[in-house]
Design a protein. Sequence first.
Length: 94
Amino acid sequence: MSEEQTPQDPGGLKMDFSTFILSLNASSLIHMGEIHDPQLKEITVNLPAAKHTIEILEILKDKTVGNLDETEDKLLDDILYNLRLKYMQHAKGE
């Protein structure tokens, strides 16, 4: 195992709040069909799952008020704004 990899982190990625938020962002984008599902290797659309993931991010935003640094707070705000906008576009297109 390399120095960068640990049993708790086999991918070599540092798990922190920003990485967690970015993974939820990617999940929501996959559910909206914005990017392909890496497991299925195809585009799938599941708007209820996308909405659920956005709601999880909204809960995290509410529950972490005052506990995030400026960069984390801005990242979460930007991700929520962009996901809400994309979700509305997809929901109107149904």
